[in-house]
Design a protein around this ligand. Structure first.
Ligand code: BES
Ligand code: MN
Ligand code: ZN
Length: 500
């Protein structure tokens, strides 16, 4: 990456020291006393004039950037709006960090005075600002060889977050670093081209989590054949690349034997549709069909790197769905690990086949407290919810509620959709126990019903992230396409309910 960011926390400064200075203002263009004292009359005048010229009104996340204001020892004065105090509930420190990161795209050193007109930000909020800035800075340019001159030399932004309680902020930063690294790992995996990130390479990348203390075990075709994972193996049988199942374990709870929580990801490194071939237009996006597995890998990294007090299992099924002489056909019947037989109606409904075996494996081997699986599972979910909310399907109201709340808090939002016996029936097969496609109607729901046939009594939630994890729009904290959706959501779920 040509541009990186280094973040430290410090006490509020008493004088200017060059570089960029970021201040917060409200809808009345008020500044905190501390901010006013720092920039003095000269700064205030420059700010007022620029605000007038730019019609800057201090609205939430609005930015006013003044180049080298006369009479001040600054390269730039940047003022970010936080909106009116009456609407403080709309403020979000991670988003603010993203806005600030965006405003500092060219800066080498900057100080942010985390002091709003209606009060200073807390140490936790400061750490969230750091997280948002880091996420905003992420850019996947590994394969761009023709960089512009100013991109050739790696540059670092030294960002100082000036806060009321610097010691507390310093303590909070490493945890956010761990989360940022997890989101960035997930984004990287999703962005990698499918010729580079094939199933064995994905497994090798997951093995690197050993560095942060995650135990990693990899099952290949031989082991999965012995276990009887016929559903997963059927998907990968048309590929030259060996299918993999990767088991990641983080033991952070006090009792090493405490019942674990489990996360499961769909890892289709490329989805051509198989013999039921997808149309050509946009097919390149199907390199992102492993975003569920990427999220689980990023989450395991985050939990381990911040030493979360939880026992967590992450299991990903990693395969490539290709058409080939050896590929699976519509009409094939495979036997899943659960013993249930599955009639293949459409080889493009492959993600659920991978998950069927992994879900069964996880609940059987680990007996987890709950299982959450993530998958770019259906185009139907994108039609229903677009790119804003992931679909949530669950057999458990408490788990659903917790996921919904964690989603609202982090911005990785989820919306619950129904499961019901009438939908389940649509998955009955003429020739086998179940079929892998229920047709056009309620496509996201019937996919979830299929998965539920491989879940026993374990509390379980399925997140359909086809709309939210890939092909994503630019936001304050993401430069687009690969969002890293789900890492912050599930990290928060664990932090709020399953640690300690
Ligand atoms: N990976 C796709 C779903 C998808 C679509 C992800 C768009 C991201 C963006 C999945 O494997 C798939 O092909 N699903 C089919 C299921 C159908 C054949 C029952 C679909 O959604 O059309
Ligand atoms: Mn498919
Ligand atoms: Zn797929």
């Amino acid at each position: 990456m040509s541009r990186s960011i280094q973040i430290a926390a410090a006490a509020y400064p008493t004088k200017l020291a060059g570089g960029a200075l970021v201040l917060l203002t409200d809808d009345k263009l008020a500044l905190s006393d501390r901010a006013s004292a720092l920039i003095g009359d000269a700064g205030r005048k420059a700010f007022e004039k620029a605000a007038e010229i730019e019609s800057f009104k201090g609205k939430l996340n609005g930015v006013l950037s003044i180049l080298a204001p006369a009479g001040l020892d600054l390269d730039r004065l940047i003022v970010v709006g936080v909106g009116p105090a009456s609407e403080a509930a709309k403020r979000n420190a991670v988003t603010l960090g993203g806005v600030i990161g965006g405003a500092l795209a060219k800066a080498k050193a900057a100080t942010v005075l985390l002091d709003a007109p209606d009060g200073p930000l807390s140490a936790e909020q400061a750490a969230d600002v750091a997280l948002g800035a880091q996420l905003r800075f992420y850019n996947f340019d590994r394969y761009k060889t023709k960089k512009k001159d100013d991109e050739l030399k790696p540059t670092t932004l030294k960002l100082t977050l000036a806060v009321a309680d610097a010691a507390a902020a310093k303590k909070a930063l490493p945890g956010r670093d761990a989360i940022a690294a997890g989101v960035i790992l997930a984004r990287d995996l999703v962005n990698e081209p499918p010729n580079v990130l094939d199933p064995p390479t994905f497994a090798a990348r997951a093995k690197e989590l050993k560095k942060v203390g995650v135990e990693v075990e990899v099952l290949g075709v031989k082991e999965m054949t012995k276990l009887g994972m016929g559903a997963l193996l059927g998907v990968g049988q048309g590929s030259r690349k060996e299918s993999q199942c990767v088991i990641m374990r983080w033991n952070g709870a006090k009792g090493a034997s405490a019942q674990p929580v489990a996360f499961i990801g769909k890892g289709v490194t490329f989805d051509t549709g198989g013999v039921s071939l997808k149309p050509g237009g946009g097919m390149e996006d199907m390199k992102g069909d492993m975003a569920g597995a990427a999220c689980v890998t990023g989450l395991m990294h985050a939990l381990a790197a911040r030493k979360a007090k939880v026992n967590a299992i992450g299991v990903i099924g990693v395969v490539e769905n290709m058409p080939d002489g050896a590929a699976q056909r519509p009409g094939d019947i495979v036997t899943s690990l659960s013993g249930q037989t599955i009639e293949i109606i459409n080889t493009d409904a492959e993600g659920r086949l991978v998950l069927a075996d992994v879900l069964w494996y996880v609940q059987d081997r680990f007996k987890p407290k709950f299982m959450v699986n993530l998958a770019t599972l259906t185009g139907a979910c994108v039609v229903a919810l677009g790119k804003e909310y992931a679909g949530l399907f669950s057999n458990d109201d408490e788990l659903s509620d917790r996921l919904h709340k964690a989603g609202q808090a982090t911005g990785d939002r989820v919306w619950r959709m129904p499961l019901a016996p009438e939908y389940d029936k649509l998955m009955d097969s003429r020739f086998a126990d179940v079929k892998n496609s229920g047709g056009r109607e309620a496509g996201a729901i019937t996919a979830a019903q299929f998965l539920q046939r491989f879940v026993n009594k374990t509390p379980w939630a399925h997140l359909d992230i086809a709309g939210t994890a890939m092909g994503s729009p630019k936001t304050e904290i993401s430069q687009g396409w690969s969002s890293g959706f789900g890492v912050r959501l599930l990290d928060r779920l664990v932090a709020d309910h399953y640690e300690g």
